[in-house]
Design a protein around this ligand. Structure first.
Ligand code: URA
Length: 262
């Protein structure tokens, strides 16, 4: 298996999306085209065209040119993809080492993923990796994006490399691809390959608990080591275990775009 990293999941610790104040009515705040342009959707002119074409919704409603947004409480979407407009949002990509738990606070005093990123602003893991699983995990204070990434109706792909003790036969690979019967139901079709004997590359878009481990166990190949190497469009082979970096604007936009309804 390559030295490291490769990929992450949600965990019910998110604060309520309620922000305590009513959304704006379009007459106050910042001009929508300016906000979209700042978030990389093109020049202001291009963003005006997006709005005029009816491709932009605020709080679920299509809006017209001239609309203003309250960036701390309005919910903005372009072509159905959530746009992170609130100031102060951070998106970290962490390469989680084994032995670190994916929770904001561990009741047993074990090191947590939150201990590995800056303490301020407070962020939360997006989804969950088992304590023994390594690889890429997102942490953010962007509740909208986190919700989109973890909600079952948005199937963002996650790719894993799993080390098992013995090479898989074609039958086992086919079962992984077609769906494996687990105690909480049959898994959706997945991509599965074996780049080298005993190393499985598995791409899934469901986020069930311990899914990869259970799938491989069910086909007779318990996992010895598991590394997440990709979350949707985001990957990073150079990020060292225990290290983090900020997502680039392009990566954040690509992730937002990857949250398509299935
Ligand atoms: N599947 C697993 O089995 N474990 C993880 O940590 C992530 C996906």
């Amino acid at each position: 298996m390559p030295e490291q990293p490769y990929e992450a999941g949600g965990d019910g610790e998110w604060p309520s999306p309620e922000r305590g104040r009513e959304p704006g009515d379009g007459s106050t705040g910042e001009r929508l085209q300016k906000v979209l342009a700042q978030r990389g959707y093109g020049s202001r002119r291009v963003c005006e065209d997006l709005i005029a074409a009816g491709r932009v919704r605020v709080n679920g409603q299509p809006v017209r040119l001239g609309w203003r947004v309250e960036v701390d409480r309005d919910h903005v979407e372009v072509d159905g993809h959530v746009v992170s407009v609130r100031p102060g949002l951070v998106h970290y990509l962490l390469n989680k080492p084994a032995g670190v738990v994916t929770t904001a606070k561990d009741t047993h005093g074990r090191p947590t993923v939150v201990d590995l990123v800056p303490p301020e602003p407070r962020v939360f893991p997006v989804g969950r990796l088992d304590a023994d699983t390594e690889g890429l995990l997102l942490l953010t204070n962007d509740g909208d994006l986190a919700h989109q990434l973890t909600h079952p109706s948005f199937g963002v792909e996650k790719e894993y490399l799993a080390q098992v003790a013995r090479p898989l036969g074609t039958g086992a690979l086919r079962r992984l691809r077609e769906g494996v019967e687990l105690d909480d139901g049959t898994t959706a079709p997945a991509r599965a390959s074996q780049p080298e004997p005993g190393l499985v590359r598995l791409t899934i878009h469901e986020g069930r608990n311990r899914q990869v481990r259970r799938m491989l166990e069910a086909v007779g190949h318990p996992v010895e080591r598991l590394v997440r190497v990709r979350i949707g469009p985001v990957t990073d082979r150079r990020l060292a275990p225990g290290s983090w970096r900020l997502l680039t604007d392009d990566e954040r936009r690509a992730l937002e775009a990857a949250t398509t309804t299935r």
